[in-house]
Write a protein of this length. Structure first.
Length: 433
């Protein structure tokens, strides 16, 4: 039922790209960011988020140039390979693959945690497991079906965040933002970086559907621009309305786990009213949007590695009927379930962020190099304020990666160890072909 040399089908429109771009990320508004409050307090996380927002704005514009010039499903893998050769391309691709494969199990745990609030007799892992089976199947059935579904649930999730803000902002008090705002000093700003990134993690997945986009040279740029604008507004609104109710400690991960928005709403309206149950129920759409979208992006990343021979050839196969990378999606599901089983949401998020930051660094370096080595390459979109924007994105990403390594030495060792071992194994396999 598959063919290795198959092609993906171009069906995605600008509005679908907006749905994917926002959908990849929007679960980060519902959970995960609150772990950063334990690390840095209100001010520490806010400062980290401010610089990360600047990074994402400048990076998304830089990444748009690459995605339009090289519209390939491999994203950063293809950009780095063209700029620096196949060795650097492999490392960049592995970093991207780690981000997209590790982010979904963290979101699956969030789905399970929200469902557990509604059905306390069933544990979070079981709900997360069911989510993997359902949404992997949806992605196998076709990219247009997946993207249309993604658009619908993303709109619902955005509306729900607006409702949450409307319900909590009347109880907002500025003093709640200034109570013990920096409990761990300036170091807390750096320690909170992974969870500031979680607000926006995954938007770069738009580049991985370039081969399935109608007129990607124009529409990918539109998708990045409108998605980033929407996400910036949502992040500021959600952060302020949640923390402003009763201070950062009331919605920190140490206090309430993976459900900060229901915790904030319960402080205002109680946890047994209609609005509370509405938020928990509809709030699941935010998780589903990101989960479904990142499964799609991860599938394309694994597919590209399989198609180019960096992973087993079968992972580069395309289903003859549905025109989707079904074996890649199933392979990612198995790995994701294994990560989900650990229940270590904060550690899974951190590993995914290590991959994302590496991707950003390699991509910005690729852009700078290709401007010099391939000046005549067709670029339907060029990043404004070149080279200032890519250098700003590169600098912030490098500082963030260094800070994360310092505050997460063990996880950094695991992440860089995986990159090194996978590279050495690939070189060994490649040399014995």
């Amino acid at each position: 039922m598959s063919q290795t040399n198959g092609t993906l089908q171009r069906t995605l429109t600008p509005i679908m790209l907006w749905g994917l771009g926002v959908g990849y990320v929007i679960s980060g508004m519902y959970f995960g960011w609150n772990i950063g409050l334990d690390k840095g307090g209100t001010l520490g996380l806010a400062i980290a988020t401010f610089f990360i927002l600047i990074m994402y704005i400048t990076f998304s514009l830089s990444y748009s140039e690459l995605a339009c010039a090289i519209p390939k499903a491999g994203g950063a893998f293809d950009y780095a390979a063209k700029a620096f050769g196949k060795d650097i391309g492999f490392v960049a691709g592995m970093a991207q693959w780690i981000e997209f494969v590790f982010a979904p199990p963290a979101i699956a745990w969030g789905i399970g945690s929200y469902f557990h609030l509604l059905f306390p007799t069933v544990d979070a892992f079981t709900f997360g497991l069911v989510a993997y089976f359902i949404f992997t199947a949806i992605n196998i059935l076709g990219v247009k079906i997946s993207a249309t579904f993604e658009l619908i649930i993303t709109i619902i999730a955005v509306v729900e965040l607006t409702i949450f803000a409307a319900l909590t902002l009347p109880a907002f008090e500025f003093k709640n933002l200034t109570t013990n705002p920096l409990p761990h000093g300036i170091e807390g700003c750096f320690a909170a970086i992974p969870f500031a990134i979680w607000f926006f993690l995954g938007m770069e997945g738009l580049a991985n559907v370039a081969e399935e986009t109608i007129n990607p040279q124009k529409n990918i740029t539109k998708g990045f621009a409108f998605s980033m604008a929407t996400l910036g507004i949502l992040a500021v609104m959600t952060f302020g309305s949640a923390v402003g109710v009763a201070g950062w400690e009331a919605v920190s991960q140490a206090r309430i786990g993976d459900s900060p928005l229901p915790a904030a709403l319960a402080l205002v309206h109680g946890n047994d009213g209609a609005m509370y149950h509405l938020l928990v129920s509809i709030g699941l759409f935010g998780f589903v949007a990101s989960f479904n979208g990142l499964l799609l992006a991860a599938g394309r990343t694994t597919y590209e590695f399989g198609r180019t021979g960096h992973f087993p050839e079968i992972l580069g196969a395309v289903h003859q009927k549905f025109r989707t990378p079904h074996w890649a999606l199933l392979f990612n599901m198995i790995l994701g379930i294994a990560a989900l089983y650990t229940g270590k949401t904060d550690q899974i998020i951190t590993i995914a962020v290590f991959g994302a930051l590496s991707l950003y660094i390699f991509s910005c370096l690729s852009l700078l190099r290709l401007r010099k080595t391939a000046p005549d390459m067709e670029r339907p979109f060029k990043v404004p304020a070149y080279p200032f924007f890519p250098i700003v994105a590169l600098t912030i990403a490098a500082v963030a990666l260094a800070a994360m390594t310092y505050y997460n030495l063990l996880l950094a060792g695991v992440y860089f160890g995986v990159l090194l071992l996978s590279y050495l194994f690939w070189k060994w396999v490649d040399s014995n072909k």
